[in-house]
Write a protein that binds this ligand. Structure first.
Ligand code: 3IO
Length: 341
């Protein structure tokens, strides 16, 4: 009787130890690493299109080791809380527009100056070069996965803008560098992130906006804004950032996949944006009867002249933060020339 009890106890203990062993070793071999990726605008817009492309590439290149769960439309983090939300770990990854917190991203917001950048492809590659060269302090708490810009900004409006006189006091929605540009021309910039713009336009709170032109189609602004004035100015810079603890927890081979993807993703997004602007404007002209206004050279020279003080203002702001402002600008001009040719 005693022998049987002992044997039973031994078997029960052995069985339990075996179970504990299985349970404890399982997490190491099972399940992919799941990462949440927050984005602020609606799913069909370009920041989310590039997010889905990044997700597909990462999942493919890590052979399913990583699974990215995307949250478009501000469902996880909204436009202005993106950076702090990622730092706090509310999302593993987030996509932010630097123009929504202009004082916070002084170096990279130089892309919002009037520098003669002609495309999103050039803007995105220049922005990535600028970031990797200067590694601005404001990104020290996160891992930057990629950066990109919009195409140059142009004016979309409900009334035609053909001269500087036409734009005086006009309420136009903008953020960051583009808002400074509008102010310099005498317009009244109304600051708000892109997702708030459809309602502001609908209610007549603003008479138009300044941004890249693919929004004419993606947000259906062409239904309200029947005029586009080509001014090819400020770009909106974006960053995709990862929580630093998340980054440190990733295996080296996964980190390598993401690092290798950074500049490629910037180029891909730039090219996608440039093609999409062309496509959106063809649609706007053909189906929405949008008029595209080209400023005569003499008129354009007046507009450009008004923007010269903005660069000086940026230099002063950057210097006040202890940044090598002139060197940054000289680098920017070299990078623009190199990527434009
Ligand atoms: C933008 C932001 C979200 C979705 C589509 C977009 N196209 C251009 C922008 C730039 C921007 O952030 C803005 O506020 O103009």
């Amino acid at each position: 009787m005693k022998g049987t009890t002992r044997l039973f106890r031994f078997l029960a203990l052995a069985g339990m130890l075996l179970l504990v062993g299985i349970v404890c070793s399982t997490p190491a071999v099972a399940g992919p690493i799941e990462l949440t990726y927050a984005n602020f605008p609606p799913a069909p817009t370009f920041p989310c299109v590039q997010m889905e492309r990044w997700k597909v590439e990462v999942e493919k290149r890590t052979q399913g080791k990583v699974l990215v769960k995307t949250f478009p439309g501000g469902t996880l983090l909204g436009d202005k809380e993106m950076m702090d939300g990622v730092i706090a770990g509310q999302a593993n990854i987030g996509n932010l527009c630097m123009a929504y917190q202009p004082g916070r991203f002084v170096v990279t917001n130089a892309l919002g100056l009037h520098l003669g950048i002609t495309s999103s492809r050039v803007g995105s590659l220049v922005l990535w070069d600028l970031y990797t060269k200067y590694k601005p302090e404001e990104f020290a708490k996160v891992k930057v996965l990629t950066m990109f810009t919009t195409a140059p900004a142009n004016i979309m409006s409900t009334k035609p803008v053909r001269t500087l006189a036409d734009i005086q006091g006009m309420d136009l929605r903008a953020s960051g560098g583009a808002a400074e540009v509008l102010k310099a021309w005498g317009a009244n910039p109304v600051g708000m992130p892109m997702p708030a713009t459809p309602e502001a336009l609908q209610k007549g709170v603003v008479k138009g906006l300044i941004s890249s032109l693919e929004v004419m189609k993606d947000f259906k602004f062409a239904e309200i804004c029947k005029y586009v004035t080509m001014v090819n100015t400020a770009l909106y810079p974006f960053a995709v950032v990862m929580n630093m603890d998340t980054w440190k927890s990733l295996p080296p081979d996964v980190q390598k996949v993401m690092d290798d993807l950074a500049v490629e993703q910037a180029r891909w997004t730039g090219e996608y944006m440039d093609n999409h602007v062309t496509e959106a404007m063809t649609w706007a002209k053909e189906t929405q009867k949008v008029e595209v206004i080209e400023l005569p050279a003499a008129e354009k020279a007046n507009w450009d002249k008004k923007l010269e003080p903005l660069t000086e203002k940026w230099i002063a702001e950057a210097k006040a933060k202890g940044l090598p402002a002139e060197a940054i600008l000289a680098d920017l001009r070299e990078m623009i020339a190199r990527h434009t040719k």
